[in-house]
Design a protein around this ligand. Structure first.
Ligand code: PXL
Length: 282
């Protein structure tokens, strides 16, 4: 009995070593996804899974299930600024990322913070424009604010093929087009670009990193037959977690790619729940 009591006491009071080994801190500035597969929820889960303490500043609230966005409401620019400032003034943020910023006003708030108070902090920018179900998430007027104010401050920008096509102004549908678009975007924004080729045909999901005039390829087996939601959020959050742990950009991407591939292979089967709901209502 005494032995048990001692064990319990130890569990309640961690030893000094584990108390002082505080995890690094990462911040996500993104939207809230009610179905919790994407957005701040995906980011915080990813940070936690990778041993990083996650902070969040919410830009908008999205009522949705995977594939169906029913309503989006913006958080005001003042409220977003307040969240970011209180966090920045009270926590040593080691790395940060942005997801859906939603409005031009919110992009401007983040750009001001990233350019002034957060100058030395690595910034991973996931340029969320359209949901995986095809719905427009970002207000179209926000793209210009992104390009002029925020992209030049990014450590890494992580467009998928559709987002790269929107930014590049031409379709990006094969490997040569990826190389052309990636080079051009890296030069245009003065930032490293991770162009995600996941949606290309083939048995490998291939991403290309354009950094320092060099192209590096990251490949993983493409997991077929799964309906995914939030993979882009999870990927950029995992890269941010790696940077918070002081990994190089290449190493952070390599580990993040493995993590996302693993998450996709073992993901929550939303499509099965949807099928059950359908058969119950018929
Ligand atoms: O997966 C893109 C995405 C990002 N952020 C939020 C979202 C979504 C997709 O629906 O809701 C908040």
């Amino acid at each position: 009995v005494r032995h048990e009591a001692k064990e319990n006491a130890e569990r309640r009071t961690p030893n000094v070593e584990s108390r002082t080994q505080s995890p690094p801190i990462a911040l996500t500035i993104a939207g809230s996804d009610s179905s919790a597969g994407a957005g701040v929820q995906a980011d915080l889960k990813t940070f936690a899974a990778l041993g990083v303490y996650g902070l969040n500043a919410v830009t908008c609230i999205v009522a949705e299930t995977p594939g169906k966005v029913s309503r989006i409401e913006a958080v005001s620019a003042d409220m977003l600024r307040e969240q970011i400032e209180i966090l920045a003034n009270n926590f040593p943020i080691a790395a940060m990322k942005t997801g859906l910023l939603y409005s031009p006003e919110n992009v401007a708030v983040v750009a001001e913070f990233a350019g002034k108070n957060a100058k030395g902090i690595p910034l991973v920018l996931d340029p969320v424009i359209i949901a995986s179900g095809g719905q427009q998430l970002l207000q179209p007027e926000a793209i210009e604010f992104y390009e002029k104010q925020l992209f030049p401050r990014a450590t890494l920008i992580t467009p998928n093929l559709d987002e790269a096509a929107t930014l590049f102004g031409e379709p990006v549908k094969d490997r040569p087009a990826m190389e052309k678009a990636g080079r051009a975007l890296a030069k245009k924004y003065g930032a490293s670009i991770l162009l995600k080729g996941g949606h290309l045909a083939g048995d490998q999901a291939i991403d290309l990193l354009f950094a320092g005039g060099k192209i590096t390829e990251f490949a993983a087996p493409f997991v077929r037959g799964v309906a995914t939601h939030g993979t882009g959020c999870t990927y950029s959050a995992a890269i941010t977690a790696g940077l918070a742990r002081d990994l190089s950009l290449e190493e952070a991407i390599e580990r993040a790619k493995k993590f996302v591939t693993e998450c996709i292979a073992h993901h929550f089967r939303w499509d099965e729940i949807e099928a059950l709901n359908h058969s119950a209502s018929n």
